[in-house]
Design a protein around this ligand. Sequence first.
Ligand code: AMP
Length: 292
Amino acid sequence: MTPGRRMSVIRSPGAVRRRVRSWKARGERVVFVPTMGAFHEGHLRLLRRARRLGDRVVVSIFVNPTQFGPGEDYRRYPRNTARDLRLARAEGADLCFTPPVEAMYPPGGGTEIHVTALESLWEGASRPGHFAGVALVVTKLLHITEPDVLILGQKDAQQAVVLQTLIRDLDLPVRVVREPTAREPDGLARSSRNVYLSPDDRRAAPVLWRALLAARAVVASGERSAARVRARLRKTLAAEPRVHLDYAAVVDAVTLREVRTLRGRILIAVAARLGTTRLIDNLEIRVKDPVR
Ligand code: AMP
């Protein structure tokens, strides 16, 4: 599968389904990467991973209105489909699905999907309705593209946990693979929203990553109290006055519930506002039994 070969750009869900089924009928393995476009290195890594994992790579570009709250940036979310298509083609994608909103949400729709146990925590508390929108659009995209493998970014760790739960709960026949977070040289997680940052806020933003590293170092030195790791996160973030903390969480990486003692897979996650831009970042660690 040589990068640069012909990529189809398809707007109709039915045409995507037919194309994918023709590939699968030949025994080809289909890997799907859902995105909202405005590609950066993070998206490209997902596409490269997809290329390695399967015979056919399907990518979707759809700025999904149902996952944005009323006061959020749906209208001004960065869009640059021509550039995205060039990049997807160069990464060897076979099909790019770019549905119009009316194709995904025809009038008269009345179904919601709630991953109830997870949707009001953390990101969900700050963005009511966000994960119901994500769950709905990804369920629809999985039904349209019928992939063997779904690639998600660790950058949006809670989104990945919500979707993995949904896929398991609804017996959707797809394997989920998570790609590590792509970062700028100074550690800032790549995000389509980084372009909103003022120069001063951009300079301040890597403190999120530094706080995560500081928290990890505390754990590596033997600390097993989640409260003390949270305190370290907050202290590091407080040193940067431009950063307005939303949450600093130390949670079980599967249930996303706060823990008291660190053990097993732990997710350290932060969200903060800089100016009008909200940034998130996280680090997953594996913790051995409590040090006695
Ligand atoms: P988005 O276009 O922001 O909806 O993201 C599409 C996919 O790319 C999601 O699975 C994200 O988690 C993933 N993604 C976004 N930013 C990054 C990043 N910096 N590193 C890795 N994956 C990312």
